[in-house]
Design a protein around this ligand. Structure first.
Ligand SMILES: [Zn+2]
Ligand SMILES: [Zn+2]
Length: 62
């Protein structure tokens, strides 16, 4: 409990970023600087391609 937070993806590295999309704490390696979200959200975002934002609560990211 000494560490403030570990990456929720690899659960080993120290979390250096918090995903603004899902709120997960991730390490530098699992943070997508391009999209400024975690890699999990980045993967999802790239899949959906952000076509129609009909998905409620999907949060508009600008
Ligand atoms: Zn990680
Ligand atoms: Zn995320």
């Amino acid at each position: 409990m000494s560490v403030s937070g570990v990456c929720q993806v690899c659960e080993s590295a120290e979390a250096t970023h918090t995903c603004p999309n899902c709120g997960a704490m991730v390490c530098d390696e699992h943070y997508d600087r391009e999209l400024s979200i975690c890699v999990q959200c980045a993967a999802a975002a790239r899949q959906t391609d952000g076509e129609t934002s009909e998905i409620d609560q999907s949060d508009v990211m600008r």
